[in-house]
Design a protein around this ligand. Structure first.
Ligand code: NAP
Ligand code: MN
Length: 264
């Protein structure tokens, strides 16, 4: 089996990366940055997002596992003290795979340039660089509303505990293949009206955002920020692809939610 280790880059994470690498090599596993069977992320959820994007083109052949060198994360549930145990698990036991849904974002342009397709593990957010965001929101090909406000956030179930939560969105169990559309400060008065509540869409219900004005948009895909003009539409739906986690012990999602936000 081939593995790779991605570190946040701080001293503690780098040290742990070297430790994990040498332990796994002692078990005769080989380090392979290009085509690893298992990717070990060492750092925080942010590091895990980077690891995901690094290997997004070979998700079918990659299993991910996260070690946290700071607080408990949603993608990183192993502590530095547990790495010996983790390494033995990886080397010795066939692991279970747990799959989580992803968000597919397709951006199309008015100037005829090729569309761009992205996968998000947490979310996609859409804002303008200047002024209010004005977007027609279509669901399953029907106009649902014209949104005016700061922005929109479309999140995955596992991303529902990130930005989405700060917007008052629901926390969604990752066994549900859905996407959630949440508002950022919508303008609601006698003239403008939006639904005001976060929406959960099932698989195959496409959400299409269509700009009303041709302005510059700031679009984020997880930790990545893009700026685009000439945007014709931003299409969001549950992706065909899924992320695969290597699971060596149960750590239920609701327990992680409780330990992260309520108490441990
Ligand atoms: P960051 O600014 O360092 O991340 C913001 C926080 O979100 C960090 O504490 C990060 O954990 C945490 N986080 C990331 N994914 C999460 C998840 N699925 N569930 C719960 N918490 C999560 O930037 P980053 O580390 O590159 O992460 C990018 C993410 O930050 C974006 O995808 C977005 O969800 C989130 N974000 C949140 C807000 C907000 O809540 N108002 C604003 C902007 C961005 P770690 O410390 O372990 O990295
Ligand atoms: Mn971070």
């Amino acid at each position: 089996m081939k593995f790779s280790v991605l570190s946040r880059g701080d001293h503690t994470s780098n040290k742990l990366k070297r430790k994990i690498t040498s332990y796994l090599e002692d078990f005769n596993l080989s380090y392979d940055n290009e085509e690893p069977d298992i990717v070990i992320s060492v750092g925080g959820d942010g590091t895990f997002l980077q690891a995901f994007h690094h290997y997004k083109d070979r998700l079918e052949d990659t299993a991910f596992v996260g070690v946290h060198t700071g607080h408990l994360g949603f993608y990183t549930d192993w502590t530095p003290e547990e790495v010996e145990k983790l390494v033995i698990h990886i080397a010795r036991t066939p692991f279970q795979i747990v799959e989580y849904p992803l968000l597919e974002v397709t951006i199309r342009y008015t100037d005829g340039s090729d569309e761009d397709r992205y996968l998000a593990l947490n979310e996609c957010t859409v804002r303008t660089v200047e002024g209010s965001l004005v977007m027609n929101v279509e669901i399953k090909g029907e106009l649902f509303e014209t949104f005016r406000g700061d922005g929109l956030c479309i999140s995955t179930p596992s991303g529902s505990t990130a930005y989405n939560k700060a917007l008052g969105g629901a926390i969604v169990h990752p066994s549900l293949a859905t996407l959630q559309l949440a508002e950022m400060a919508s303008i609601n008065n006698r003239v403008y009206r939006t639904i005001g509540s976060p929406l959960l869409l099932p698989q195959h219900h496409t959400c299409m955002l269509k700009p009303v004005n041709d302005v510059e948009y700031q679009i984020t895909i997880d930790h990545l920020t893009l700026r685009h003009t000439n945007v014709k539409s931003i299409q969001c739906r549950v992706a065909e692809e899924q992320i695969r986690f290597a699971r060596f012990r149960p750590f239920p999602f609701w327990k992680r939610v409780k330990e992260s936000f309520v108490s441990d």
